[in-house]
Design a protein around this ligand. Structure first.
Ligand code: ZN
Length: 76
């Protein structure tokens, strides 16, 4: 299950949430102020796994995921 990083627009706090891919685009409540005004940002998880995919081959998914189950792959 991937880790997503969110940025709170109200208090500016960045926080990470481990959640399923289908919930990735739904708002995540801020861990600091509980605001729903949060925006998903590119997480470290994807930056690291992206380079691994390039090295290991991408037969099962796009460049942005490890298992062919990211939002880009799901459009196929
Ligand atoms: Zn907040």
């Amino acid at each position: 299950m991937p880790i997503y990083e969110y940025l709170c627009k109200d208090c500016g706090v960045r926080f990470e949430i481990l959640r399923s891919i289908k919930d990735a685009d739904s708002p995540a409540p801020c861990k600091s102020c509980q605001s729903d005004h949060t925006q998903r940002t590119l997480s470290v998880f994807f930056a690291q796994s992206g380079s691994q995919i390039v090295a290991g081959g991408s037969a099962s998914g796009c460049a942005g995921c490890t298992s062919g189950s990211c939002s880009t792959c799901n459009t196929n």
